[in-house]
Design a protein around this ligand. Structure first.
Ligand code: PLP
Length: 359
C-alpha cells in the first residue's frame, strides 16, 4: 500500500508515540493518573500536559494561550460559538468544520470568494461591522496558502476578530500572524488523533461550549488525556525542528510527481501552496474507476470528507471548475515519511490506469 492521503491524516511519528507510552501505563505504573488530581502522580501527569502545552504554543504567535480540545473541529466550534459572533464572513473554501459551524451559529454569513487560483483576495470585501472573519491558512483540498496575515489586518479594520484554521499549515509553515484565534489538530502534524487545540490571543474572551469541572481555564471541561497531550507536544516539537527538512523533502517529491503527471492540470496556484498537496485533473478520466483499479494506492477524489457524497467539491467549484472538471480531479498527499520511489511508482501507475481508460 502506498499512502497518499497526508491531508486526511498523517502517520504517527515514532517520537510522538514514544512520548505517549508512559502516560498509558497499567496499574503497575502511575502514568494513568488523573492530571487534575492533587496527589503526586496526578501532578506529574499535569506537568507533562504543561510541557506539551508549551511545545504546541511554540508553533503559534507569542501573546496567547493554548486550550486543548478533542479535535480541530471542536476548537473551531469553540471559537465560533464561544465568541458569540453573529455577523460572520468566511472564505468559500473553508473546511466544513468552519462553514457548517458558521451557518449553525448565525444566519448572517458572508462568503468571501476565491479567484481561479484558489486564493482569497486580501482586499476582499469584508463587510464593515463583521464580528468574526474565518479564513484557513492552507486549504486541505488543493493546498493553496491564503494571505492570512493581510486578511487578519483587513478583518481588524472591519472591526472583526480573525479566526484562522491552521490545521493543514501548522508545523509546516510559519504561524498566521495577526490572528486572534487559531485552530490546530495533532493528527495532521504526525501526532495522535483525538486531540486538537485552540490558541486564543490574550484579551480575547470566549464562552465555553461545555460545562463541568472547569478544566482548560474554564473553556473546556472534561479530563484531559496526558498521553494525547504528550503525543501532540512531541509531534509539535519535532515539526518545528524538522520544518526545513520536511519542506525540502516534500518539495522534491512534488517536482517529480508534477513531472510524471505533466498531462494532468493542476488545480490551484502552483506558487502559493504547500507542495505536499497535489490536486490535479484530467479531462475524461473516470475517477471512481481509477480508484478501484488502483486499490493499493491510498489517495482521494476531492477531499476525504466530500468523497463518497457524490457532490462535486465545493472548493473546486469555488475556483470556477465545472462539476465535470471537479469530478475528474484527484488529490495526492505526501509528506515526511513518503519515499521517492513510492511517489514515482504511484504516479506512473496512475498514468497507466488513465491510459487504460483511453484518456
Ligand atoms: N480543518 C481542516 C482544514 C481540515 O483539513 C480538517 C480535517 O480534515 C479539520 C479542520 C478538522 O480537523 P479534526 O479532524 O481535528 O476535527
Amino acid at each position: 500500500m502506498i499512502y497518499l492521503d497526508y491531508q486526511a491524516t498523517t502517520p504517527l511519528a515514532p517520537e510522538a508515540r514514544d512520548a505517549m507510552l508512559p502516560w498509558l501505563g497499567g496499574a503497575e505504573t502511575v502514568g494513568f493518573a488523573n492530571p487534575h488530581s492533587p496527589h503526586r502522580p496526578g501532578r506529574a501527569a499535569a506537568a507533562a500536559i504543561e510541557v506539551a502545552r508549551q511545545q504546541v504554543a511554540a508553533l503559534l504567535p507569542p501573546g496567547g494561550r493554548v486550550i486543548f480540545t478533542g479535535s480541530a473541529t471542536e476548537a473551531l466550534n469553540l471559537a465560533i460559538f464561544g465568541s458569540g459572533a453573529k455577523r460572520l464572513a468566511v472564505s468559500a473554501i473553508e473546511h466544513a468544520a468552519v462553514l457548517d459551524t458558521a451557518r449553525a451559529a448565525s444566519s448572517c454569513v458572508t462568503l468571501l470568494p476565491v479567484n481561479t487560483n484558489g486564493l482569497v483576495d486580501a482586499a476582499a470585501a469584508i463587510p464593515q461591522g463583521s464580528d468574526l472573519v474565518a479564513v484557513m491558512q492552507v486549504n486541505n483540498e488543493i493546498g493553496t496558502v491564503q494571505p492570512v496575515n493581510e486578511l487578519a489586518e483587513a478583518s481588524h479594520r472591519a472591526g472583526a476578530l480573525f479566526l484562522c484554521d491552521a490545521v493543514q499549515g501548522a508545523g509546516k509553515i510559519s504561524y498566521p500572524e495577526g490572528a486572534d484565534l487559531v485552530a490546530l489538530s495533532a493528527h495532521k502534524l504526525y501526532g495522535p488523533k483525538g486531540i486538537g487545540a485552540l490558541w486564543v490571543r490574550d484579551g480575547v474572551t470566549l464562552s465555553p461550549l461545555m460545562y463541568g469541572g472547569g478544566q482548560e481555564q474554564g473553556l473546556r471541561s472534561g479530563t484531559l488525556s496526558p498521553a494525547l497531550c504528550a503525543g501532540f507536544g512531541a509531534a509539535a516539537k519535532l515539526a518545528l525542528e524538522r520544518a526545513e527538512a520536511d519542506m525540502q523533502h516534500v518539495a522534491s517529491l512534488w517536482s517529480i510527481a508534477r513531472e510524471i503527471l505533466s498531462r494532468w492540470t493542476l488545480n490551484g496556484s502552483a506558487e502559493a501552496r504547500w507542495p505536499g498537496n497535489m490536486n490535479v485533473r484530467l479531462e475524461g478520466v473516470d475517477v471512481a474507476r481509477l480508484m478501484s483499479d488502483l486499490r493499493d494506492l491510498a489517495f482521494s477524489a476531492g477531499s476525504a470528507c466530500a468523497s463518497g457524497s457524490g457532490r462535486p467539491s465545493h472548493v473546486l467549484t469555488a475556483l470556477g471548475l465545472s462539476p465535470h472538471e471537479a469530478k475528474s480531479s484527484i488529490r495526492l498527499g505526501f509528506g515526511r515519511y513518503s519515499r521517492l520511489r513510492e511517489i514515482e511508482d504511484a504516479c506512473a501507475r496512475i498514468n497507466a490506469a488513465a491510459a487504460a481508460q483511453g484518456v
